[in-house]
Design a protein around this ligand. Structure first.
Ligand SMILES: Cc1cc2nc3c(=O)[nH]c(=O)nc-3n(C[C@H](O)[C@H](O)[C@H](O)COP(=O)(O)OP(=O)(O)OC[C@H]3O[C@@H](n4cnc5c(N)ncnc54)[C@H](O)[C@@H]3O)c2cc1C
Ligand SMILES: NC(=O)c1ccc[n+]([C@@H]2O[C@H](COP(=O)([O-])OP(=O)(O)OC[C@H]3O[C@@H](n4cnc5c(N)ncnc54)[C@H](OP(=O)(O)O)[C@@H]3O)[C@@H](O)[C@H]2O)c1
Length: 411
C-alpha cells in the first residue's frame, strides 16, 4: 500500500537535518528564501541524538564547533558535551524557525535537463501508510553527512562467534559490559574512547590496531592542539606543522610505538587532507594503554565460537565485539549525478572548492573538517542560492507583469 504525491518547491530542497542542513537553512532564512529540509530520522541531528555514546564531548574547542549566525551560550564549557551540543542545535532550529520534514528518506534525486529542475523522490513513513513523494525544485543541497552509514567489515567466522557484536554507533556506555572481555575493532577516535569507557566500567578491552594511527594530545601549551596547528599554518608549510606536532606529541605522550601504536608515514594533517583519516585526540585512553588496562592487538584473522584469532597467530577468548570501524557517505546510493561527487560519495574537488556544481547542485559538510568546515560550506551555499533565487524571482515577476500588461493592452 503506497500512495503518491508530487510537490513543487519554490526554493531549494535540503537533504539532511544535521548541523550542515540546519546551517544552510539558517542562512536561507536570513535571506528570506523558502526551502524544505528532508530528514530520514524523526528528529534533527540524528547522528548526535541516536548514534553516539553517552560520554561523547566535542573534541575541538567550542568556537570551532558553533554554527553560523548563532553562537554557543556563554556558560558552555570549552568542550561541550553531546547533550549540550544537541540542546544548542535544538535552540538553533527554534531560533531560525526551521521545521524539517521528518521520516522522509530520499530514495533518488535526478536532474531533469529538459526543464532544468531536480526531481527528488522520497518515502515518507510518518503517517499511517508509507507515502511516495516527489519534490520538484530548482536547487538541491546535499547535507547527508560523511558519516551517514556505519562501515561493517566482513570477518571470517563472525557468524559462529556467538557473543554480542555491535557497531560503535549503537554503543551507549560500558555499563552493560561489566567484567567482560571485549574486542574493540578499530583505533580511531571512536575505538579509543569506547575502549576508555569500557575500562571505566570495569570491562577488559583489547583494541585492534591493524595498521597505524596518529595520537595527539588534545592540548599543548595550555591551548588546544587544533588551535595551535591552525595558528602555525598561517606562517609555516603543512609538512613543517606536521613535524612540529609529531615532536610535541613525542615529548608529551612519549614513544607510543612501543605500545603497538605505529605512526603513519604521512603527518597527521597531510593524512587528514589526503586520505580523510582523522588523528586521535587523546583524552585518557593512552594512559590506560600504557598501564595495560587497554591491550593493543594486531589485525584479525578469523573468529570462532567465543574466540578471535589474530594475524600474529595469537588466539584470545572474548565475550563481545564492538566494531569501531568507521562510517561512510550514502550519497552514491541515491544521487544520480557524477560531476560533483566521487564514487565514495564525497566531492571530487577538495576543500574549499567542493561545494557547488552545475544545475543548482550543492554539497554541504563533506570537507573532512568537521563542524567548522560544514559552517563554511553552509554560508557559501546559502548566499549562492539566495542570489540566484532573488534574481530569478525578480525575473519571473517582471515577465508576469509584462504578460499582464500585454493582456490588458489586448482588451
Ligand atoms: C562519534 C562522532 C563524534 C564526532 N565528533 C565531532 C566533533 O567533536 N567535532 C566535529 O567537528 N565533528 C565531529 N564529528 C563529525 C560529525 O559527523 C560532524 O561534525 C557533523 O555531525 C556533521 O554534520 P552533517 O549535518 O554534515 O552530518 P550528520 O550530522 O551526519 O547529519 C546528516 C543528516 O542527514 C540525514 N540523512 C542521511 N541520509 C539521508 C537520506 N537519504 N534522506 C534523508 N535524510 C538523510 C541523517 O539522518 C542525518 O540526520 C563526529 C562524528 C562522529 C561519528
Ligand atoms: N568528538 C569526538 O571525540 C569523536 C569521537 C569519535 C569519533 N569522532 C569522529 O568521527 C569520525 C569517525 O571516527 P571513527 O573512529 O568512528 O572512524 P575512523 O576514524 O574511520 O576509524 C576507523 C577505524 O577502524 C579500523 N578498521 C576498519 N576496518 C577494519 C578491519 N577490517 N579490521 C581492523 N580495523 C579496521 C580503521 O583502521 P585503518 O586505519 O587501518 O583503516 C580505523 O582504525 C571521525 O571524524 C572522528 O574524528 C569524534
Amino acid at each position: 500500500m503506497l500512495s503518491r504525491r508530487c510537490i513543487w518547491v519554490n526554493g531549494p530542497v535540503i537533504v539532511g537535518a544535521g548541523p550542515s542542513g540546519l546551517a544552510v537553512g539558517a542562512g536561507l532564512k536570513n535571506q528570506g528564501v523558502p526551502f524544505i529540509i528532508l530528514e530520514r530520522a524523526d528528529c534533527i541531528a540524528s547522528l548526535w541524538q541516536k548514534r553516539t555514546y553517552d560520554r561523547l564531548k566535542l573534541h575541538l574547542p567550542k568556537q570551532y564547533c558553533q554554527l553560523p549566525y548563532f553562537p554557543f551560550p556563554d556558560d558552555f564549557p570549552e568542550y561541550p558535551t553531546k547533550h549540550q551540543f544537541i540542546k544548542y542545535l535544538e535552540s538553533y532550529a527554534k531560533h531560525f524557525d526551521i521545521n524539517p520534514n521528518f521520516n522522509e528518506t530520499v530514495q533518488s534525486a535526478k536532474y531533469d535537463e529538459t526543464f532544468g529542475l531536480w526531481r527528488v523522490k522520497t518515502i515518507s513513513t510518518g503517517g499511517p501508510i508509507p507515502v511516495e513523494v516527489e519534490y520538484i525544485c530548482r536547487w538541491l543541497a546535499v547535507a547527508t553527512g560523511e558519516n551517514a552509514e556505519k562501515v561493517v567489515p566482513e570477518f571470517e567466522g563472525l557468524e559462529d562467534f556467538g557473543g554480542h557484536v555491535t557497531h560503535a554507533c549503537d554503543y551507549k556506555s560500558g555499563k552493560s559490559y561489566f567484567g567482560e572481555r571485549v574486542l574493540v575493532v578499530g583505533c580511531g577516535n571512536s575505538g579509543m574512547e569506547v575502549s576508555l569507557d569500557l575500562c571505566n566500567h570495569n570491562a577488559n578491552p583489547s583494541m585492534v590496531v591493524r595498521s597505524s594511527v596518529h595520537v595527539l594530545p588534545r592540548e599543548v601549551f595550555g591551548t588546544s592542539t587544533f588551535e595551535f596547528a591552525v595558528s602555525l599554518m598561517k606562517w609555516l608549510p603543512l609538512w613543517l606543522v606536521d613535524k612540529i606536532l609529531i615532536i610535541l606529541a613525542y615529548l608529551i605522550l612519549g614513544n607510543i610505538e612501543k605500545y603497538g601504536l605505529k605512526r603513519p608515514c604521512l603527518g597527521p594533517l597531510e593524512l587528514k587532507n589526503t586520505a580523510g583519516k582523522t588523528p586521535v585526540l587523546d583524552i585518557g585512553a593512552l594512559q590506560k594503554i600504557k598501564s595495560g588496562k587497554i591491550k593493543i592487538v594486531p589485525g584479525i584473522k578469523k573468529f570462532s565460537r567465543g574466540k578471535v584469532e589474530l594475524v600474529n597467530g595469537q588466539t584470545l577468548d572474548i565475550d563481545s565485539v564492538i566494531l569501531a570501524t568507521g562510517y561512510r557517505s550514502n550519497v552514491p546510493s541515491w544521487l544520480k549525478e557524477n560531476e560533483l561527487f566521487s564514487n565514495e560519495g564525497v566531492p571530487k574537488n577538495p576543500f574549499p572548492n567542493g561545494w557547488k556544481s552545475k544545475g543548482g547542485l550543492y554539497a554541504v559538510g563533506f570537507t573532512r573538517r568537521g563542524l567548522s568546515g560544514a559552517s563554511l560550506d553552509a554560508i557559501s551555499v546559502a548566499l549562492d542560492i539566495a542570489k540566484t533565487w532573488k534574481d530569478e524571482t525578480k525575473q519571473k515577476k517582471k515577465s508576469v507583469a509584462a504578460r499582464h500588461r500585454r493582456c490588458i493592452s489586448h482588451f
